[in-house]
Design a protein around this ligand. Sequence first.
Ligand SMILES: NC(=O)c1ccc[n+]([C@@H]2O[C@H](COP(=O)([O-])OP(=O)(O)OC[C@H]3O[C@@H](n4cnc5c(N)ncnc54)[C@H](O)[C@@H]3O)[C@@H](O)[C@H]2O)c1
Ligand SMILES: O=c1ccn([C@@H]2O[C@H](COP(=O)(O)OP(=O)(O)O[C@H]3O[C@H](CO)[C@H](O)[C@H](O)[C@H]3O)[C@@H](O)[C@H]2O)c(=O)[nH]1
Length: 328
Amino acid sequence: MAVLVTGGAGYIGSHAVAALLERGEQVVIVDNLYQGHRDAVLGGKLYEGDLRDADFLATVFRENDIDGVIHFAANSLVGESMKDPGKYYHNNVYGTLCLLEQMQKAGVSRIVFSSTAATYGEPEKVPIDEYDRTVPTNAYGETKLAMEKMIRWFDVAHGIKFVSLRYFNAAGAHVSGRIGEDHNPESHLVPLVLQVALGQREHISVFGDDYPTEDGTCIRDYIHVSDLADAHILALERLRKGEESAIYNLGSGNGYSVKQVIDVSRQVTGHAIPAKIEPRRAGDPAVLIASSERARRELGWTPSRYKLEDIVSSSWEWHRAHPNGYEK
Ligand SMILES: NC(=O)c1ccc[n+]([C@@H]2O[C@H](COP(=O)([O-])OP(=O)(O)OC[C@H]3O[C@@H](n4cnc5c(N)ncnc54)[C@H](O)[C@@H]3O)[C@@H](O)[C@H]2O)c1
Ligand SMILES: O=c1ccn([C@@H]2O[C@H](COP(=O)(O)OP(=O)(O)O[C@H]3O[C@H](CO)[C@H](O)[C@H](O)[C@H]3O)[C@@H](O)[C@H]2O)c(=O)[nH]1
């Protein structure tokens, strides 16, 4: 039996594939390589193609004995989603519908889903727990919430059990140094700050310093990508045990402002990292911090790298060794 990982050539997906391989699982990967990299796939069987191509996806299910799916494939840039929401509905929502239909046809009844803190929108309180209201402030989060709800109705109607993992901000790289974060274009704070330290950018733009936070910049909860990968294995185990569908937040429970991320990166890299205050980015909530108590209690998840210094150092090792990402 194999685990199908959609988006397994991407940043978080490739770390989950590595974690599955380390545990001796058979892995099948589907990725259209829109953002993914062939070199990020450390093993398993890679099918290059798009989830929205029904014939292609049917072939993947026909050729492999799949017992569960981990679904990462999506577009996930907050800023882009505000300019082009249609792209997000098409790839994320329709792509997930295509996947669920093929799962139903093939009789596959377990899915672990990459959800996001962006489903909450501006939180009513922090830390955020899974019972808090979900009112996304950006189109990306809205599509992720729609995907979650769609999966739930496939559970109600067809018994497709799910674990939806709402991650906060992923950062860091694999301990082997072989895989890390390489998006093109890059829009995430940690890799962009490190590109300044590498001399590839003049400065880091700080999107707004007039938020209602101590230093005026947005606060996020950064979580190491390998801790996220581990949670997917635990979620899959939960589904294999036949337990009920569930939603879990995954974060460290610590919030750091944009300015704090830049300061920590200055310490880690020894570079001055010039910063320039710019207008707010549309769709950004001021503060997102997770309560992951439920994941700790029910999944037995214990993130091991929750200090920002450790997470940034892990990213820095990858970026220093691979200044041009996966490009040779
Ligand atoms: N990076 C974060 O901080 C973060 C936080 C919360 C949630 N997430 C979610 O986690 C998932 C992975 O994020 P990531 O940062 O690794 O993104 P990523 O872009 O690196 O990975 C996504 C992968 O999916 C592939 N893909 C996209 N659409 C596809 C399609 N239609 N068919 C086949 N392949 C397709 C891309 O080529 C890419 O390799 C996403 O669903 C994202 O919404 C990410
Ligand atoms: O050049 C930059 C880039 C980002 N930021 C700020 O840094 C913070 C983090 O931004 P990222 O783009 O790194 O991450 P987001 O919080 O926007 O989003 C990330 O985490 C979310 C969950 O919290 C989503 O799931 C999403 O997929 C993922 O990209 C935000 O306040 C953003 O405004 C800057 O100031 N300058």
